[in-house]
Ligand binder design. Sequence first.
Ligand code: T6T
Length: 315
Amino acid sequence: STTNTAAGDPSAPAASAAVAPAKASKNYSIQFIQGVAGDEFYITMQCGIEAEAAKLGVSVKTQGPQKFDPTLQKPILDSVVAAKPDAILIAPTDVTAMQTPLKAAAAAGIKVVLVDTTTEDPSYAASAIASDNVGGGKAAFEAIKKLNPGGGKVMVMSTDPGVSTVDQRIQGFEEAAKADSKFQYLPVQYSHNDPATAANLISSALQKDSDIIGVFAANLFAAEGTATGVRQAGKTSTVKIVGFDAGPNQIKALQQGTVQALIAQQPGAIGQYGVDEAVAALDGGQVAPKIQTSFTTITKDNLSTEGGQAAYKSS
Ligand code: T6T
């Protein structure tokens, strides 16, 4: 169930959500490996994981790399696998680089559940839970179009190629932008998940194309840096920014008017379903191989409405 309007119900369960187990048959050890430590999105996901783990009676530990980078995440995965937990919940940082180590973890008898991101061939995983990222990218374009119906130049500020989620968001945005002749799609920029880099990239882009009317910032760090760069270029009134994710700092940016719309995911629910699927796999229960969670577009206008509040609280 894709909630692509603020009027939708973001607290509704994902369409394909499995039957959640009531209790685990034993106190399994689950390890959560974030895409990057300190990211509000993964912190909210961790809260969802911990709450569900407590409910089902299993133990969970969390660890993540200092950067969203497979060369830092792989050694963490290796040390986790050596400690032989019953299950690993992980947001892989790269579709290619994390493929072989994750396949090996599953082959070693550990149940692997992918949360948020995925890899090239996730058939080793018991379950994969993610937002409708292509749909979210399309919604981001629709939000820019609503803010600037006359059209013009638009671009995407991404993180790195090879991150499944942001690549899918780019795809959704690009398809929608190219289908509308009023809009011109400029090449995507990669900020390496670093706000300062995003700020520099957008200021150079605005020097080259001073008539850019909209930027889709494909995750929260891209949005933070894009907002800074646009503000520094004195372009806040003409360049509309649509960000992805809606944690406390992103909502503040929306209220302050440094971004104009946010595509809110449901990280807490992704974490909760991740634990459910891991326990179901370990206990031989009914496992949903793929679960898609919904998203909501939040703007200043609908932030105070019930739908906007629910989206904020679940993101
Ligand atoms: O947007 C989320 C997540 O979905 C993506 O895979 C990586 O970036 C975030 O964690 C936000 O920083």
